[in-house]
Design a protein around this ligand. Structure first.
Ligand SMILES: [Zn+2]
Ligand SMILES: [Zn+2]
Length: 339
């Protein structure tokens, strides 16, 4: 039996362990991916730290996977060995439950497949993926370029394009980290009047270089008042994980404006009455499924959107993970296998 390397989490809160495992074979409906790159996402902490109930250990995290299909299980249509493939958070869906039949595949009721959570993910030389969870990866993107687009990219792009904002509308991106630095690029390339709200004057140059039309320093200025001076935002893309930072921009929404929440803040205090006068909304957004990832990759090629990455070899998953957790990474950490 051929062996592979994997960086597994032995138990909730346990350290990453470099282990040798048998290379798995794909079952019916699945393919095996020879992993080239896998992004490290903040949500990997759910697996690493055991913050999600029901995870069985040991578990290999990683849901920003890009590689080459190298074996195809029975009954898989449309995929062949040698094709490039990307795999994200959504690990597949049944296709026959009521939610799937209504087109809400992300909310599949019969099978919750989450890459790196309910199955082993991309911190390894090989991983197994259900065929419906695969996105095609264009030749123009390297594996390292494509990996962060499989979660941070799809989440920001899919949210913005489905937010209801149209070209020329005022759209603010709250936060300029792993999600935000992609969000501002997508927002600007889609054609929004893109405003970045972040802390400190030092981030203005970067925000502008990524396509921001205006920059608001939330330490020195009141972001809500500044957005109102610009006419009020049609959409605020909230990428931060602090509820008070989200609450502070609510007053910057224009009439029928929406706060689109993709940052997993645990609580937020607001006066519901504040939502009424301008008919404002607060809405959560699930990243998307494989076709949304594929659209994200294609748009990124078309528009020249790229993640800024720090690259670590697979064996240094601990270093990469800690750098991501510390918030110091500029702006995504990506593991490479050398394949
Ligand atoms: Zn993620
Ligand atoms: Zn379903």
């Amino acid at each position: 039996m051929l062996k592979m390397r994997a960086m597994q989490v032995p138990r909730p809160g346990g350290p990453f362990e470099l282990v040798e495992r048998d290379i798995p074979d794909p079952g019916a409906g699945s393919v095996r991916i020879k992993v080239q790159a896998c992004g490290i996402c903040h949500s990997d902490s759910l697996t690493k730290e055991g913050h999600m109930p029901g995870i069985s250990y040991p578990r290999v995290p990683g849901h920003e996977v890009v590689g080459i299909v190298d074996a195809v299980g029975a009954g898989v249509a449309g995929w062949m060995p040698g094709q490039r493939a990307g795999l994200g958070w959504n690990g597949g869906y049944c296709g026959h439950c009521d939610n799937c039949r209504r087109g809400n595949f992300f909310a599949c009721q019969t099978a919750t497949y989450i890459t790196g959570v309910t199955s082993d993910g991309g911190y390894a030389d090989y991983t197994i993926a259900r065929a419906e969870a695969l996105a095609r990866v264009p030749d123009e993107l390297s594996a390292v370029d494509a990996a962060p687009l499989m979660c941070a990219g799809i989440t920001t792009f899919n949210c913005l394009r489905k937010s209801g904002a149209r070209p020329g509308d005022l759209v603010a991106v709250l936060g300029l980290g792993g999600l935000g630095h992609l969000g501002v690029q997508f927002a600007s390339k889609i054609g929004f009047r893109t405003v970045v709200i972040a802390r400190g004057q030092d981030k203005e140059a970067l925000a502008k270089s990524l396509g921001a039309w205006r920059y608001i320093d939330s330490r020195a200025q009141d972001p809500a008042a500044e957005l109102q001076k610009l006419g009020g935002a049609k959409v605020v893309l909230a990428t931060v994980t602090a509820g008070d930072a989200m609450a502070a921009v609510l007053g910057g929404l224009g009439v029928k404006g929406t706060l689109m929440v993709i940052g997993a803040a645990m609580s937020m205090e607001l006066a519901p009455a504040q939502l009424i006068g301008g008919s404002h909304a607060i809405k959560g957004w699930y990243s998307g499924t494989s076709i949304d990832s594929q659209d994200t990759l294609a748009f990124s090629v078309l528009a020249g959107v790229r993640s800024m990455n720090e690259v670590f070899p697979l064996e240094q998953a601990t270093e990469g993970y800690e750098r991501m957790l510390s918030g110091k990474v500029r702006f995504r950490a990506v593991l490479t296998t050398g394949h």
